[in-house]
Design a protein around this ligand. Sequence first.
Ligand code: NCD
Length: 452
Amino acid sequence: MGFAHRHLLGIEQLSQDDIVTLLDLADTYADLNRQPYKHSDALKGLTQINMFFENSTRTQASFEIAGKRLGADVMNMAMQASSIKKGETLIDTAMTLNAMHPDLLVVRHPQSGAVDLLAQKVNCAVLNAGDGRHEHPTQALLDALTIRRAKGRLHRLSIAICGDIAHSRVARSNILLLGKMENRIRLIAPPTLMPSQIGEFGVEVFDDMEKGLRDVDVVMMLRLQKERMDGGFIPSEREYYHRFGLDAQKLSHAAPDAIVMHPGPMNRGVEIDGTLADDINRSVIQDQVEMGVAVRMAAMDLLARNLADSHSDEQELLRWRISPTAFFWRSLTLMLLTMLAWAPALPYFPVTVWALASVLSALFYMWIFEEFQIWYANRKTVWRLTNRALYIDEPNSIEPLQLALTDIEAIGKLSLWSIVLRLPTHQSITLPLVPNVRKTKARIAQAIEAAQ
Ligand code: NCD
């Protein structure tokens, strides 16, 4: 099973297979990390830069150890003290680093979406180490590995995520991952800390710990993210602990073998009782830290394997083949037409020879047809894909239209007459292969607006 991603920006983009591939590899690294000699050469000769625009101890240390164990040259940039303070923009910083040819960029940023934006500007693989309230994919993956090792499986479990859901990227990534792996997810929080549209995620919502924790297999606690709150979300920490803090009494409502998790850093006596957090029979908080290194090793290893073939723009272009469904229907039509064309030969050959010849010639036409499209697209260079941005060159315009992949998500299909773009709104838009720049821009803007 492959892992065909250039970056690790969120759980949203990962399939069930991707998640299993990553966790299986992480399992082997978890074993390696328990050996006295913990070295591998998977990232030998590669440069990893950790850019943390927000304070972090464990995540940054975890990424650093992971990179070093795999043989990368690791550099930590203290972004708080950097030229950002002197007014440089995120993109300028990214371009400066890009010029140093790193291979892996690990980024944490207080703004949701900042890491995605950065990934569009650089040539290397980007790993999201947490962006605002958006995603924290390696945290969800390390949580998943911890659960899988403790419970022996990662599906059909009942999992409660409790606390400050509204401000938590950990909760968001975990909801996506555990949902993709077909688990029952319960969210427990005071209404002020529960996102309003949360029902759409297919989860059960509770504002009472006793009811929410009933018979669950996993209890995942979250920190009160005070740095992201801009007002009074809770009456007081004492009151919050009384109603939503996890202690032995509240945990007694969960399954007898339920495990307790927390991504850290913990506020003891606010969201969790200190003694319970240290109870090695229930708490797997230290295992989470251990699995963090293994998961980050696996993620960087898999992305590094894809680095070699993502460097050439031409290769990107060649990958825009027509979709399997389109190929099927076109082959079928061609085959029927060919059969019809060969019909006069029927009295002279057996039917099987006639059918076989028709199938083979139809496939041959299809092959030529597809090769021709790619040749055509390369020749005219009407569409150019460089470094995650799509350019449309038009003979009469001075500036080519540039579409960053925030405007479009992917090239769906490329055919002789048109190109299909998938928008982040999950809509598709079909454009003629020789486009009018102004109209194209307007149609994309219209489609995005209509979907909002
Ligand atoms: C989490 C984070 O930064 O989002 N912590 C972490 O990665 N170690 C959770 C938190 O800060 O509460």
